[in-house]
Design a protein around this ligand. Structure first.
Ligand SMILES: NC(=O)c1ccc[n+]([C@@H]2O[C@H](COP(=O)([O-])OP(=O)(O)OC[C@H]3O[C@@H](n4cnc5c(N)ncnc54)[C@H](O)[C@@H]3O)[C@@H](O)[C@H]2O)c1
Length: 253
């Protein structure tokens, strides 16, 4: 089930990490609303495949651009190039991340920086790159992605969880700095969303049964569940919401 947000029709949306998982659900959901969508990823074959699928299904083709978001200097250049192709970005969804497991003992200075680069820093540098044009037009919505893992204190994710906690502070700081320009900044905190990567790498059928036992709602959560919250935060229907975190976890935490 999905709502229709008339103001999203024709809006220009950038989704990071849009080639697979929740990001692919976001790209598809914005295309279905009639938005003009661009997305960044490092998985080129998944990116092009998603464009083909959406074109077949919805008769519109999002714009895929290959970009390693750990390369912070390349971010403003890529966003400038995307804007020349699809227009000034109205909505930025900072979705990309990498939840590889890592023990504290395995995490030296280089690994620590890598965890922050892939899970936190690009959210700041993408926001910083879209903000001037948003300020000029007097509106914009930035939606950052955190994770319930930092609230639950899950094992072997110290760098990831530190990044995901940092995103809450970054959201509040940027919402304050840019509120006077009409830019809203919010965070979405997903729970256990059964993307292909989660099912392939981390979640066994026993894990999933245990998760559903812990959730108030006894069903599998999927990318579309998160996309519904993101559409709401992107649309002007949430125009009074900024500096906040919105948990989508079926009542897990
Ligand atoms: N799936 C869950 O259960 C869950 C739970 C809590 C939070 N989240 C958050 O939701 C967001 C999406 O998660 P997901 O499960 O869909 O992840 P995923 O791993 O399935 O997809 C992430 C996407 O980001 C891309 N990506 C990774 N590193 C990149 C880089 N350096 N440059 C460009 N693209 C890169 C990947 O190629 C992939 O397409 C993330 O921010 C994640 O932390 C997910």
């Amino acid at each position: 089930m999905t709502a229709s947000y008339h103001d999203l029709k024709g809006k220009t949306v950038l989704v990071t990490g849009g080639a697979s998982g929740i990001g692919a659900s976001l790209v598809r959901a914005f295309c279905a609303q009639g938005a003009t969508v661009g997305f960044f990823d490092i998985d080129d074959s998944a990116g092009e495949k998603l464009c083909d699928l959406i074109e077949q299904e919805l008769a519109v083709r999002p714009v895929y651009m290959s970009l390693d978001l750990r390369n912070q200097d390349a971010i403003p250049v890529a966003i400038g190039e995307l804007a020349t192709r699809i227009g000034t970005i109205d909505v930025l969804v900072n979705n990309a991340a990498r939840d590889d497991r890592h023990s504290p003992a395995q995490t030296g200075p280089a690994e620590w920086r890598e965890r922050l680069d892939v899970n936190l820093s690009h959210q700041f540098f993408c926001s910083r790159a879209v903000a001037p044009a948003m300020a000029e037009q007097g509106h914009g919505s930035i939606i950052n992605f955190s994770s319930v893992s930092y609230l639950m204190g899950l094992p072997d994710l110290v760098g990831y969880e530190t990044a995901k906690a940092g995103i809450i502070g970054m959201t509040r700081a940027l919402a304050r700095d840019w509120g006077r320009d009409g830019i809203r900044v919010n965070t979405v905190i997903p729970g256990c969303i059964m993307t292909q990567r989660q099912l392939d790498l981390w979640i066994t059928p026993e894990d999933e049964a245990r998760i559903q036992e812990q959730q108030c709602l006894k069903r599998r959560l999927i990318g579309e569940d998160v996309a519904q919250m993101v559409l709401f935060l992107a649309s002007d229907v949430s125009s009074a919401c900024t500096s906040q975190s919105f948990i989508v976890d079926g009542g897990l935490v």
